[in-house]
Design a protein. Structure first.
Length: 546
């Protein structure tokens, strides 16, 4: 049979646990001198249950006992997640001299991850209660203020009911004496409360007597958490208007569970670019982060030009839009309202980039064309999202705008390339104007027969030719470089159409007047800002119609 003392002890522990729970959860028991509102409660450390005349592993039959309930039972079952470690349901982190987490052994403080309290490892020399309560100027583990005697309930929160002599987790509190430690709670008649760490019992002692003491600091605010998403690469097909990256940031929290009530704010700022970075990305609405959802929003600078039609086609064209492009270095700072007292931390930062490639994108071209001995036209093109619009008529009247440069990197092997302008002679005949290493010349297309021309064009960069027929008239002068600003067109809310910024038409002429088969060459584009595209290819397949 179990003794009356045995039953009395476990009854007291069970009632203590229940009173702590109801006091913290419902605040219905003011006589219990509840812990502060920020504090969660530790379990007792008792992970065994009474069975027969001894303590043993808890079973289904002992479901109502202390060891079968709460954090201790979860730890025994391997179901308790901890920020640190500790016996049974305790969750401690050892702190070094600077306050940084360290491995147990030689540490100076212990952070209780459940209550948020920071405990000094040091057992102070025996003092009377008044002297122990009056200690000031104590500094330890990077915490320079707020050290004090713990309340009785705070001191009881580190009592390990599954251990004795001392009744505490010996890994994290190895210097604890099996004796009485003062609490901050005074009592009537010149007495004060203490906790005996030989068996973990609360005691009412004469305040004039000397006893040991351990100081504690109130919960130090821990930094909020934030896991940023990946660096953002905005596609060239970016539509004008606000952009939202839903749930871009993850794991947003004000800190551990005890800080769940803290309020979070997010500040997003643009950082200076670094040497070697491309030009800066410009925003109409700068990046912002919603800490409640993790959504990242921004609006890249753009303008929309409403086209009104062309000279020959009065039908209104689609709206044309032009975006800023470049790199933005961004920093998000997440801040809670827990403050920085006693070495606390209230901010967390993360850096990332937003990039819209300012380099043009050279387009691959595949041409299939029936056999033609004179000229097989091909058009190379590039998309460049930040190029300003160009007015055809202004250019035709002799004014200039910045040209891109189309550079041939590898030439075809079975034919040659020429620049050409197609127009009409005074008598109305069609003309192809060739520009080659030998200069420019016109060739009047015959009524019948085939034309054989030329030599390989000059190596290097193909740039606009100034040569034009004096009799040609716009728009049939065949300008071979036609800038086409990027366009987004809506025939309905469900459709869009993206065009080239630039295009240049040239002529491929086979060396043999009877050639059929395939040929290829490569090129790249440099835009007016000096940005260079990747390499694109032009594949030409000539077939004979039978």
């Amino acid at each position: 049979m179990k003794s009356k003392a045995f039953h009395a002890y476990h009854t007291r522990v069970w009632h203590q646990k229940q009173s702590r729970f109801w006091c913290a959860a419902l605040a219905l028991l003011p006589a219990l001198a509840c812990a502060p509102s920020w504090a969660q409660l530790n379990d007792t450390g008792q992970a065994q249950c009474a069975g027969g005349a001894s303590m043993d592993t808890c079973s289904t039959a002992s479901a109502g006992q202390d060891g079968a309930r709460g954090r201790d039972a979860q730890a025994t079952a391997g179901q308790l997640a901890k920020a640190g470690a500790g016996a049974a349901g305790f969750d401690f982190t050892a702190l070094g001299a600077s306050g940084a987490a360290t491995a147990p052994g030689g540490h100076e403080c212990v952070a209780d991850n459940v209550t948020g309290l920071v405990w000094s490892m040091q057992t102070l020399p025996a003092l009377n209660w008044a002297d122990a309560s009056a200690i000031t100027g104590y500094k330890r583990c990077g915490v320079s203020a707020g050290w004090r005697l713990p309340t009785r309930r705070e001191l009881l929160s580190i009592v390990h009911r599954g251990a004795s002599a001392p009744a505490i987790d010996g890994t994290y509190f190895p210097a604890t004496s099996s004796t009485s430690y003062w609490s901050a709670d005074a009592a009537a008649g010149g007495a004060a409360w203490a906790v005996d760490f030989n068996d973990g019992a609360a005691q009412l002692l004469d305040a004039a007597q000397p006893h040991a003491a351990r100081l504690v600091a109130g919960p130090v605010n821990q930094a909020p958490t934030l896991t940023p998403g990946a660096n953002i690469v905005v596609p060239r097909e970016y539509m004008p208007g606000p952009a939202t990256y839903h749930g871009w940031a993850k794991d947003i929290s004000p800190g551990p569970a005890r800080e769940a009530g803290q309020h979070l704010t997010a500040k997003v700022e643009l950082l200076p670019l670094q040497p070697g970075d491309p030009k800066a990305l410009v925003f109409d609405v700068p990046p912002a982060l919603d800490p409640a959802t993790g959504d990242l929003t921004f609006t890249i600078h753009h303008r929309i030009d409403h086209a009104s039609g062309t000279k020959d086609d009065p039908t209104p064209e689609r709206d044309q839009w032009y975006s800023s492009a470049g790199l933005a270095r961004v920093r998000v700072t997440l801040q809670d309202d827990g403050g920085t007292a006693n070495g606390g931390q209230d901010t967390a930062q993360a850096d990332f980039t937003i990039f819209l490639d300012p380099a043009p994108k050279a387009m691959d071209v595949n041409i299939k064309h029936p056999w033609k001995a004179v000229c097989i036209p091909y058009t190379v093109g590039a998309m460049d999202v930040d190029t300003d619009p160009v007015n055809y008529y202004t250019w035709h009247d002799g004014l200039q705008w910045p040209f891109p440069t189309f550079e041939i990197l590898s030439y075809p092997t079975k034919g040659f390339l020429t620049e050409y302008v197609s127009s009409r002679t005074p008598d109305g005949n069609n003309v192809i104007r060739f520009a080659s290493q030998q200069g420019s010349f016109d060739y009047v297309l015959p009524k019948t027969g085939m034309v054989q021309v030329g030599t390989q064009a000059a190596a290097g960069k193909l740039v606009p030719s100034a040569a034009k027929s004096s009799t040609s008239s716009f728009p049939n002068d065949g300008i071979f470089m036609t800038p086409r600003p990027p366009r987004i067109g809506w025939t309905g809310p469900w459709s869009k159409n993206i065009g080239f910024n630039f295009s240049m038409t040239h002529c491929y002429v086979p060396f043999s007047s009877t050639f059929v088969g395939s040929d290829t060459f490569t090129y790249q584009v440099t835009d007016p800002d000096g940005n260079v595209s990747g390499i694109a290819s032009v594949s030409i397949e000539i077939f004979e119609i039978k």
